[in-house]
Design a protein around this ligand. Structure first.
Ligand code: HEM
Length: 439
């Protein structure tokens, strides 16, 4: 039987996190109950105070055995997990990607099939398009701001941060006929099921299935219509990802079936919206809490320097990143941090949480990690992971996220005007007041 425990009552603010867990062990002789209580507290800390919790683990127990997974917090160990994809696999969410999206990069470990798909996708979605994407983001963000600028208060989440990536990516992919609201609506249940449904909650699974069942036929239909259009207009230059993938079907080496193309397009939607939105929201909220730094960031935004504003945004996100780490499944027995004092034997089948947030604050990796310092080298930041599954949209996100903040900041003096509401951990709304008369 499951005992429900109020984790609030367990949390004792003046005690270290590790001490609180130790107290639970001392208090309860029944292992199952003790583990259940510890798991609840750890989940709460990972959600509410991840930086403090991970900092303590990194300093005191850098490879930490939580009741059902191991948390890795040192930069060197986090990188060892990410870069060792043969051992630390994405099998933890593979089946979910298969059922929610279909075979797609994120359902595959390192394999010839993975390389084939990624190579074709890279030709259709090349890094050099980041400049073109920049133009799209500028245009779409200004259109959104025109609507926002008319009122004194706007909702950062629903009127800007979630809509902007949907508008930008649908245009870049060549799926402009799909409404941004639909993209926003589908992608959250998909993302939640793939990345956050570790306990396999059937309701979350069902919501993702419903999103897939609505999205996939619509994308299939657009692909079929685009085939017809391209047949009638063979001279049409292929400038969208979809047009490129369809044109590339003529050559066996770059052929992907319509089904595969459709999966990848849905996968791109899923990968883009929530993480970009959360990054925009967290960067803005973090900067608004630091008045001196905010003033400098606004100045950078007004100077029109993308690079300057980006430095503020990435540093703000280092304290408050869109994701605090990633799960991996250990495929075979392995010794992590071999040859060090913290060397740990990990058994095949163990779930690992590789805490990139902790790594970005590891003094062995980053100089004076507690200081907010602009101009740190880009490798200080681990938002896009490392290793084979490094974010496919990294160079586009490096453009989009700072640009979204840059366009927003000069609107006026921004003030958080209410509490953020959430939908099971994901931001739903955050009112922002714009005071325009500030010099
Ligand atoms: C244009 C926007 C984006 C696109 C198209 C995109 C797409 C993708 C794709 C396709 C993958 C799978 C890559 C692979 O398996 O080889 C991926 C992975 C990843 N993306 Fe993105 N992404 C975008 C934005 C973001 C943002 C804003 C963040 C966070 C700041 C992010 C963080 C990640 C991470 C951490 C992974 C690794 C997931 C894992 O290995 O478990 N992405 N992305």
């Amino acid at each position: 039987m499951t005992t429900l425990i109020n984790s609030e009552s367990l949390s004792q603010k003046n005690k270290s996190f590790i001490q609180q867990l130790q107290d639970i062990s001392n208090q309860f002789s029944e292992l199952e109950k003790s583990n259940q209580m510890k798991a609840q507290l750890i989940a709460k800390w990972m959600e509410e105070t991840p930086l403090d919790f991970f900092n303590e683990l990194r300093d005191r127990q850098p490879i930490f055995a939580a009741p059902s997974f191991i948390i890795v917090t040192r930069y060197a160990d986090v990188m060892e997990v990410f870069n060792n994809d043969e051992i630390f696999t994405i099998d933890i969410f593979k089946d979910k990607v298969l059922r929610d999206i279909g075979p797609f990069l994120l359902s595959m470990n390192n394999s010839p099939e993975y390389e084939r798909q990624k190579s074709i996708l890279r030709l259709a979605f090349p890094r050099e398009d980041a400049n073109n994407f920049h133009k799209i983001v500028v245009e779409e963000s200004h259109k959104l701001l025109e609507k926002i600028a008319a009122s004194e208060t706007f909702d950062l989440v629903s009127q800007y941060a979630r809509l902007l990536p949907a508008l930008a990516i649908r245009r870049y992919l060549g799926l402009e006929e799909i409404s941004p609201e639909k993209i926003v609506q589908w992608t959250r249940p998909l993302f939640r099921d793939v990345f956050a449904n570790i306990p396999n909650d059937p309701q979350v699974k069902q919501e993702a299935a419903a999103a897939h069942d609505e999205a996939a036929p619509l994308i299939d239909n657009l692909i079929a219509r685009r085939h017809e259009y391209l047949k009638k207009n063979p001279q049409q230059p292929a400038i969208t990802v979809l047009d490129r993938l369809l044109t590339m079907q003529a050559i066996p080496a770059t052929y992907m079936s319509d089904r595969e193309i459709s999966n990848c397009l849905l996968g791109f939607f899923m990968g883009t919206i929530d993480l970009t939105a959360i990054a925009i929201i967290k960067a803005v909220v973090d900067l608004l809490k630091r008045p001196t730094i905010l003033a400098a960031a606004i100045e950078a935004a007004k100077q029109q320097s993308d690079e300057a504003i980006a430095a503020y945004v990435w540093e703000a996100l280092r304290f408050n990143p869109p994701g605090t780490g990633l799960f991996r499944l250990c495929k075979q027995d392995y010794t992590l941090a071999g040859g060090t004092e913290r060397e740990t034997h990990i058994k095949a089948g163990t779930l690992i949480y590789s805490a990139s947030l902790a790594a970005m604050h590891d003094p062995a990796h980053i100089d004076r990690p507690t200081e907010f310092r602009v101009g740190r080298p880009q490798q200080s930041y681990l938002f896009f992971e490392s290793g084979i599954h490094t974010c496919f949209g990294k160079y586009f996100s490096l453009v989009q996220i700072p640009l979204a903040v840059k366009v927003l900041l000069p609107l006026g003096k921004l003030e958080i005007a209410g509490k953020m509401t959430k939908d099971r951990g994901f931001p739903e709304s955050l009112p922002i007041k714009v005071v325009k008369s500030v010099k």
